[in-house]
Design a protein. Structure first.
Ligand SMILES: Cc1cc2nc3c(=O)[nH]c(=O)nc-3n(C[C@H](O)[C@H](O)[C@H](O)COP(=O)(O)OP(=O)(O)OC[C@H]3O[C@@H](n4cnc5c(N)ncnc54)[C@H](O)[C@@H]3O)c2cc1C
Ligand code: FES
Ligand code: FES
Lengths: 471, 778
């Protein structure tokens, strides 16, 4: 970045087809920008924590598709150089889209407060998947709550609308990204490469390191302290890369969960099933794999499967260059990690599964979709004949950090996965874990459920149907 | 008045017309209060709330808040010009706590700033100091101390002691029934605009504009005629905006009065969920005296209801729980007792069903337990206890059960859901499936329609016909998504025989139709529809006379049809007739009124005929549970609901489906969780899980009972539908119990808490396995 270049003094993006500029602090939420500054009140606030979908908008970055995202936990910092569509931008020549029309005719709204957000989420779906199956519709609606209708008429209307040919969407030319924007005492840096990122990270270790903002934005939307300096990872070329070799996959830290999902379905189907339950489309289109690790939550869904698969992560700083460590060694204590203040996570590397290896991850939560895990258990086994020769078991929700169940692993290694070894593995859980009680589950339930997942693994490995959702 | 039930084809009533705002909803063009253009100078407000559950308020100092840039004003209990009291039924419920704080989240004051963000920050900067006292956080502790917010209530009939003593078998049990947050998508909001003479205009997201009007006046120290309340639409209500909306409206009005500027108070979700009341959680315990064939001869149920810190609407909620504890069953000797336990938690309030759901889940669990412990088929036990179809058997509160459709709805649902085949399949599946178990259950619902309190059963409407034939409709009911405005408009369009587009739906306004009841108790279209019917019919009568004069025929020969007014072969348009009527100096406007007939209720003895009529419904649900993890899923649900002669089957279908899914949420995934300090920790959608689209039964068959006009003279013989189908979701709960029971020996009844979260299901599975066989286990 050139230090002489004067910082831009506004966020510039395409809003409903027109290039606009807003001189707002980059830490302003996108929802406030849209409703208060742009005066577009079709986008609603139902929760301001990314969970209800009333604020859903469509965001296009680079040459990607328009993706559903939550305006409430997004910040203006993430809008520069993008194309944003709100419900006001859907009508064509004053006419409703086929989806809107089908919803209006099918009783898909009652109070109507959730409706614009649902329209946006489903528009995002239909644009990418013009004839969605019912499962895909549920996947697309996982981030939208409706308290009135019971959803059936919404799902039906989507099927009706999917048959009508949607009008083609004009793609706007995106205004070029600016590397620095400063408004009202808040500075946003948008480096385009790793060198630039490390330089800024070294210079401003206290700046907010912003990826998808799906964790950071929740506090911002609650109007806790503002951010005076933001370093965005979203446009760093190296962090956006996905590479595959014969033996492994490497995901740049700023790769979104939607992008991970699109990649891993063949190689790690169980992981893909989990990712489909990771937040919602809105969350996955913004939230990144690096952010999930960086936030170091004890209940994050990424770490258990990644640890079980034997993932390593690569960190880097301007001063000391790159280093790689096992992901399981990254988490030290509650929200404490091995990352130094001037470092960033560059990438996550996953070994591919080889013949004879079994990998499963199971998530337990009160609601199937868009819920945080009460317990998440991940299992990687290498079989030699009937015997387990190697194994890694990792849990989330059971300790202050995502953690391996080493005592349980030891009860399984060297034995077949049968009722005897699984029973021993279940019993050994209490050597490694003493979970907490909270609103997601009591300590007793967490212990029982963690054990249940080992039993589920054994049934699953034996080819039985083990989940109610599979019925 | 006499409405012909059999008039074959109606023009507008009975048609499935879409919600009046549907096209605006999908386009984002339906304005909620937060979307209304703001007047210049509008301030934004935020509530200051108590951080502790119980204690003496020592200091409430806004200095820190007022020091924040753009913060304009603070109002606390000392800044109330009128009365610091917003009790909906009984006095003594402060708007702002003044000496004693009684729950975490209790409003203590309100701040205003130029922006919402500044107001939120300011609300956190008000210094609150409380000398903490030991809080009472559960109903049992309150009950032991006999600490109630209102006297206990009893519905009783027959000699219960004798019945229990002489029973062939005594069945005892206990059920913890969870509460429920409304989780309307639009949080509570009000926009108060000060006027001259101390007048106040309030746009409020409320189901009860009249109550908001009265309390705003009361708090400001003025009279009702100084306050105008408007409600165009709410983003959901479900009972949560019946009494609770007054807190928000009154706080906004206080600031508007103080600053002389318009003030908008919108609650953040977390504040909404901690400051405002919910469905009452209850603990029910019972003793039932039964015969070996499952006939219940005597039943004693006691409910401990969590009232919270004040009565609010707890009294009538308990009354409705008690008057629905019989559900569909004739119990000769019954005693239903309800205690309103005072706890240091938010004061609970109305929620769709209003106590009915708690009564119905209790009796249905009892029936299920009786069947299991006597190893009988639960449906046989149900049938043997139904109110007889012809006999007019009398409920424990003294109302005969007339126009009884129980046998019809239950037999129909058993047939259409293919009960027998599926019962056999599920039993076979369970016999060979170690981990996943299925369950199946059927249950009926009988629900009484009318406010228990007779005086609330009245409504008004205002209808104007303009000279161009367009119609302006206003009534006391509010639109929260339930389609009331469309239904009432259909009634008016039907009377005038004009196109529905001719009828303009307008915001509920206390200045147009006064002294209204809350839009609640499912009565919205019954009473407002009838008031509008009366208004339109009166105008039509006068117009008929004008038409008769004009067309020179006797009035009996005038027929209104398809937007025209006919006399034999000649006709004029409705608009032309409107103009003639005006020219003839005949009034084209009418205030209609309706009071529900036949009902009476003695609040002391809890006896009478509280309900104008009953609605009937039945459901069959099938679930699967995972006996390792406790996860569950509803695979199929079949519902049948009696809507009388439906005014609008599309709207009614939406009510049935939506209510059912909401009821499923109450009984499965929605759990309120307080910590040991009395802080509710489930105050947002990240922690409080309402059903999502995938939770809807995979196979969902919903039907409205056909050819079933109301036996009572309701508007076009329709029936109310808002609440009753919520209770059909008890079938899901019973199906989960059925799946759990398959893990135990015959003769053992599961012990399952509501909601049936994975944790509670697993607890019940482990428990029933541990209990082994029935013999030797109490
Ligand atoms: C409604 C909702 C649902 C959710 N559901 C789930 C769920 O099901 N499972 C789950 O696990 N999580 C869930 N989350 C949490 C969140 O979406 C994930 O943790 C996500 O992966 C975070 O990524 P992000 O890019 O948005 O992170 P951000 O919010 O941008 O950042 C999070 C943290 O990581 C740091 N960080 C980001 N990138 C880097 C980097 N390259 N190097 C070092 N540090 C970095 C940031 O500085 C910050 O501290 C949910 C969140 C919401 C709001
Ligand atoms: S407002 Fe609920 S997700 Fe944004
Ligand atoms: S229509 Fe009311 S929340 Fe969906």
């Amino acid at each position: 970045m050139n230090a002489e270049t004067k910082a831009a003094e506004a966020i510039r993006f395409v809003l409903n087809g027109k290039t606009v500029e807003f001189a707002v602090r980059p830490d302003t939420t996108a929802l406030d920008l849209v409703r208060l500054h742009a005066g577009l009140t079709g986008t609603k606030e139902g929760c301001a924590e990314g969970d209800c979908g009333a604020c859903t908008v469509l965001l296009r970055r680079g040459d990607g598709p328009r993706q559903a995202a939550n305006a409430c936990i997004m910040t203006a910092a993430q809008l520069d150089g993008t194309e944003l569509t709100t419900v006001e931008g859907l009508k064509h020549d004053g006419a409703l889209t086929p989806l809107q029309d089908a919803m209006a005719q099918n009783g898909s709204s009652q109070c109507g407060f959730c409706t614009p957000g649902i329209v946006m989420a489903l528009t995002g779906l239909i644009e990418e998947n013009p004839e969605p199956e019912e499962t895909a519709i549920h996947d697309a609606l996982a981030g939208n709550l409706c308290r009135c209708t019971g959803y059936r008429p919404i799902v039906e209307a989507t099927k009706v609308a999917a048959k009508a040919k949607p009008a083609s969407i004009a793609r706007s030319v995106l205004p070029p990204l600016r590397s620095e924007i400063a408004v009202g005492g808040c500075v946003l840096h948008q480096p385009g490469d790793l060198a630039g990122l490390l330089e800024l990270r070294g210079r401003y270790p206290d700046a907010v390191l912003l990826a998808g903002g799906t964790d950071l934005g929740v506090a911002r939307a609650d109007y806790h302290s503002g951010w005076d300096r933001i370093v965005s990872t979203a446009h760093v070329r190296e962090l956006r890369a996905i590479t595959a070799t014969r033996d492994e996959w490497t995901f740049g830290a700023a790769v979104t969960w939607e992008e991970v999902l699109a990649t891993v379905a063949d190689d790690y189907p169980s992981l893909a099933t989990l990712i489909r339950r990771f937040g919602s489309t809105q969350i996955r289109s913004m939230g990144t794999i690096g952010g999930n690790i960086g936030t170091a939550s004890p209940i994050g869904d990424g770490p258990p499967p990644l640890i079980a698969l034997g993932a390593t992560i690569t960190l880097a700083s301007r001063a000391d260059g790159e280093r790689s460590i096992l992901l399981e060694d990254f988490f030290l204590d509650y929200r404490k990690t091995a990352m130094r203040p001037d470092e960033v996570i560059i990438s996550v590397t996953l070994p591919r599964l080889k013949d004879g290896e079994l990998f499963r991850v199971y998530k337990l939560s009160k609601r199937y979709d868009q819920d945080i895990s009460t317990v998440c258990g991940a299992f990687w086994l290498r079989m030699e004949g009937d015997t387990v020769s190697e194994c890694r078991i990792a849990y989330g929700g059971m300790a202050a950090i995502p953690k391996r169940a080493k005592s349980s692993e030891n009860k399984i290694i060297g034995r077949p996965l049968d009722s005897e070894s699984t029973r021993a593995a279940v019993e050994a859980l209490s050597d490694d874990f003493s979970p907490l009680s909270d609103w997601r589950g009591s300590a007793e339930y967490r212990m029982k459920a963690a054990g249940a997942l080992i039993q589920r693994l054994a049934h699953d490995a034996a080819g039985e149907t083990v989940e109610v959702m599979a019925l | 008045m006499n409405i012909d039930v059999r008039s074959v084809q109606r023009a507008t009533v009975g048609r499935g017309i879409a919600h009046d705002s549907a096209r605006k909803h999908v386009a984002g063009e339906a304005d909620y209060i937060d979307d209304m253009p703001e007047l210049p100078g509008t301030l934004h407000a935020a509530l200051v709330t108590s951080p502790v559950a119980h204690g003496k308020l020592i200091a409430l100092d806004p200095a820190g808040a007022l020091a924040i840039e753009s913060v304009v004003a603070f109002c606390g209990p000392d800044d109330i010009p009128g009365h610091n009291d917003i009790g909906p039924i009984l006095p003594g419920e402060p708007l702002f706590a003044s000496e004693i704080v009684d729950y975490v989240g209790q409003p203590l004051g309100v701040v205003a700033a130029e922006t919402f963000e500044a107001a939120v920050k300011a609300s956190r900067a008000v210094h609150v100091d409380v000398e903490e006292r030991e809080p009472v956080l559960d109903v049992e502790t309150a009950h032991e101390a006999e600490s109630y917010v209102i006297p206990s209530q009893t519905v009783a009939e027959g000699d219960v002691e004798a019945g229990l003593a002489s029973a062939e078998q005594l069945i005892e049990g206990r059920l913890e029934i969870g509460g429920q947050d409304h989780f309307y998508l639009e949080t509570q909001i009000a926009y108060a605009i000060p006027g001259e003479d101390g007048d106040m205009t309030v746009h409020s997201s409320t189901q009860h504009p009249t109550e908001v009007q009265h309390h705003v006046a009361h708090v400001l120290g003025g009279l009702a005629n100084s306050v105008d309340v408007f409600v165009r639409r709410m983003g959901g209500g479900f009972g949560g905006k019946e009494s609770q909306a007054t807190i928000i409206a009154a706080a906004a009005a206080l600031l508007a009065r103080k600053t002389r500027r318009p003030v908008k108070l919108r609650l953040k979700r977390s504040v909404d969920m901690s400051a405002t009341g919910k469905r009452h959680d209850m603990v029910a315990t019972w003793k039932a005296g039964v015969r070996k064939n499952g006939r219940i001869e005597a039943l004693d149920i006691e409910y401990l209801a969590r009232a919270g810190n004040t009565p609010d609407l707890t009294g009538p909620v308990i009354t409705r729980a008690l008057t629905h504890s019989d559900n569909s069953y004739f119990i000769p000797a019954a005693r239903f007792v309800g205690h309103a336990c005072k706890t240091n938690t938010v004061s609970n309030t109305a929620f769709r069903g209003f106590g009915g759901p708690q009564g119905i889940i209790a009796i249905e669990t009892i029936i299920d337990q009786v069947a299991r412990e006597l190893t009988l088929d639960p449906n046989v036990v149900r049938a043997i206890n139904y109110y007889g179809p012809e006999t007019g058997e009398v409920t424990p509160y003294g109302q005969p059960v007339e126009h009884n459709r129980l046998v019809e709805v239950t037999e129909t649902i058993l047939a259409t859901s293919e009960w027998q085949r599926r019962r056999a399949e599920i039993d076979a599946h369970n016999a060979t499936s170690p981990v996943l178990r299925r369950g199946l259950a059927m249950m009926p619902v009988k629900f009484g329609i009318s406010f228990n309190l007779t005086s609330l059963n009245q409504a008004g409407a205002l209808v104007h016909v303009y000279q161009d034939g367009s119609v302006h409709l206003n009534h006391g009911g509010t639109e929260m998504g339930q389609g009331l405005f469309m239904k009432v408009a259909q009634v008016v369009a039907e009377v005038f025989q004009v196109d529905i587009e001719t009828v303009k739906i307008t915001a509920t306004a206390t200045g147009k139709v006064p002294n209204t009841s809350a839009t609640a108790a499912s009565t919205g279209s019954d009473i407002n529809g009838m008031a509008a019917y009366n208004a339109a019919t009166a105008i039509k009568g006068r117009m008929t006379n004008v038409a008769a004069d004009h067309l020179e025929v006797p009035a009996e020969e005038i027929v209104f049809r398809e937007g025209r007014v006919h006399a034999g072969n000649r006709s004029i348009s409705f608009a032309e007739l409107a103009k003639h009527t005006w020219a003839a100096r005949v009034q084209l406007s009418e205030a209609g009124y309706y009071a529900t007939p036949k009902i009476h209720w003695d609040v002391k003895t809890l006896k009478g005929r509280p309900f104008f009529y009953y609605t009937y419904g039945a459901a069959v649900a099938e679930v699967a549970i995972d006996t390792l993890t406790g996860e569950s899923r509803c695979l199929r649900a079949d519902l049948l609901q009696d809507c009388g002669a439906s005014l609008n089957p599309a709207v009614d279908l939406g009510q049935i489906e939506g209510a059912f899914v909401q009821g499923m949420g109450w009984l499965t995934c929605e759990e309120l969780w307080w910590d040991e300090k009395g802080r509710l920790r489930t105050i947002g959608p990240s922690t409080y899980k309402i059903p999502g689209s995938r939770d809807v039964p995979r196979d969902f068959n919903v039907a409205i009972l056909e050819n079933a006009p109301n036996g009572e003279e309701t508007v076009f013989r329709s029936k109310a539908v808002g609440e009753p189908p919520l209770m059909l979701a008890v079938s899901v709960w019973l199906a989960i119990r059925d799946a759990i029971a398959s893990c135990g020996q015959p003769g053992i009844s599961p012990k399952l808490k509501a909601p049936a979260t994975p944790e509670h299901i697993l607890e019940a599975v482990d428990d029933i396995r541990a209990r082994g066989s029935a013999t030797g286990v109490a």
